[in-house]
Design a protein around this ligand. Structure first.
Ligand code: UDP
Length: 239
């Protein structure tokens, strides 16, 4: 294996990463670009698992705010992540990368059910595993799913790809021109300072299980590869 910092990574892609300019729906040309970026990392020999979000389709919390029962709204959100996973699988296979989708809610006609040991076996056989349907339970997020699956498969790090933000700041850089970017933080810093990186469940799970996190900008092509090669382009969260 060539010069890489990590041998097994969990890439968290938000639903927005698969959407077009409006941040909604599935945009195949956009996903093709994402797939090419992932392929660069795959070609380094790195084992890659991916958790996809679903915010480009539906967020349970938003549905609940306008009158739906929260759990029901969350199940719709989880189904959204499955659509994204299938689109990502299509794009990755179109650029020649073998993949498997595993879902936390069984739907055997289109994907495998989530089986931890089988997921690890796929990684060892150099297949990218895409985890869909979140944790399978309402009231959670796909960030929490990323922390959970990363722990389960012994990933060294969660690569948290953001859209247009190149790391963690002390305030929103889109609103505050003086916002300061952190290069290194701990999970406890994030919790104590109330930084909006992941939800608190995802942060505490990552902290308790010693999962490192790198937050970086996905919009610049080649960035996933740079992070895997150890270039410090975003914010690293350790400990
Ligand atoms: N969701 C859920 N349980 C999970 C993961 C996701 O109920 O374990 C639902 C929840 O409604 C959430 C939606 O799926 O709003 C989409 O996931 P998320 O908001 O994490 O996607 P992202 O922001 O990463 O695109």
């Amino acid at each position: 294996m060539s010069n890489v910092k990590y041998k097994r990574v969990l890439l968290k892609l938000s639903g927005e990463a698969l959407a077009g300019d409006q941040g909604q729906g599935i945009n195949p040309p956009e996903i093709h670009e994402v797939a090419k970026d992932i392929k660069q990392v795959y070609e380094l020999g790195v084992q890659i698992a991916i958790v996809v979000g679903g915010g480009n389709m539906w967020r349970g919390e938003a549905g609940a705010k306008i009158g739906m029962e929260r759990a029901q709204a969350d199940y719709i959100g989880m189904l959204g992540t499955v659509m994204n996973a299938l689109a990502l699988q299509d794009a990755l296979e179109a650029v020649g990368v073998p993949t498997r989708v595993q879902t936390s809610i069984e739907m055997r006609q289109i994907a495998e059910p989530y089986i931890r040991r089988k997921a690890i076996r796929h990684l060892e056989k150099n297949r990218i595993v895409i985890f869909a349907a979140g944790t399978g339970s309402p009231y959670f997020s796909t960030d929490t799913t990323a922390a959970l699956r990363a722990s389960e498969i012994n990933a060294e790090v969660i690569l948290m790809a953001k859209n247009g933000v190149d790391g963690i700041y002390d305030s929103d850089p889109n609103k505050n021109p003086d916002a300061k970017k952190y290069s290194k933080l701990t999970h406890m810093d994030i919790i104590q300072k109330g930084l909006r990186v992941m939800d608190s469940t995802a942060s505490t799970l990552s902290m308790d299980n010693d999962i490192d996190l790198v937050v970086f900008n996905m919009n610049e092509h080649g960035n996933i590869k740079k992070v895997v090669e150890g270039q410090e382009i975003g914010t690293t969260v350790e400990g």
